[in-house]
Write a protein that binds this ligand. Structure first.
Ligand SMILES: N[C@@H](CCC(=O)N[C@@H](CS)C(=O)NCC(=O)O)C(=O)O
Length: 201
């Protein structure tokens, strides 16, 4: 489902890497049994390789995709530049994770079982992830490109703003806002549009 930032990250990245794939919209919630038949662990994204091997976790799927796409890559080869890029990916994935945790807490738990201290903690972590990402983009101004950190950051940004409107102030994150606007207009993002109608909760 393309409302999952992890699924969207993989779909966009596969487009950029030129790795062909077929997408099946199976929900980890609404079509749990159908998903379970493909992957008993029921984690999205799940990638079924040509030989039937079932992969899960966006980062591990993209690791495999990079092997298929070589020499094309979304990450720099040199250790120093790679560390910077991986830090960006890590911050964006933390933003995804914290956003998803808030969504699950609000949408899956009954109101009387919601734990405010936990929500406060996760929300603070979410703010920190975006603040750090904004600092990274400001510290290293460069023309936008569909690299691994840029894809992850743009996908995270869109997800947080769609699912948790008003939580993160766009005006305080001008570089992220600009990256998102640019990325969403790129063919790889347009080919894998954020889609509320495939809501996974
Ligand atoms: N670290 C994983 C996170 C994937 C994840 O949590 N996906 C959610 C959908 S957005 C999921 O599978 N939720 C169902 C569950 O965890 O039971 C990744 O990068 O793929």
């Amino acid at each position: 489902m393309l409302d999952s930032p992890y699924v969207r990250r993989v779909a966009v990245s596969l487009h950029v890497l030129g790795v062909p794939f077929t997408q099946r919209c199976v929900s980890v919630f609404r079509t749990y049994e159908q998903f379970k038949a493909i992957n008993p662990v029921v984690k999205a994204p799940t990638l079924v390789c040509r030989d039937g091997t079932v992969l899960m976790d966006s980062t591990l799927i993209l690791d495999y995709a990079e092997a298929l796409a070589r020499p094309r890559s979304l990450l720099p080869a040199s250790a120093g530049e790679r560390a910077v890029a991986l830090r960006g990916v890590g911050l964006a994935l933390a933003a995804c994770e914290k956003s998803v945790q808030i969504v699950y807490e609000r949408e899956l738990r009954p109101a009387e079982k919601q734990h405010e201290p936990w929500l406060r903690r996760v929300t603070e972590q979410l703010h920190s992830a975006y603040r750090e990402l904004e600092s990274e983009l400001t510290a290293r101004p460069a023309p936008f490109a569909l690299t691994a950190p840029a894809i992850a950051a743009a996908v995270a940004w869109r997800f947080t703003h769609e699912k948790l409107p008003g939580t993160i102030d766009a005006a305080s994150h001008p570089r992220l806002q600009a990256l998102s606007g640019w990325a969403e207009a790129q063919p790889a993002f347009l080919a894998a549009p954020y889609d509320e109608t495939t809501l996974h909760v």
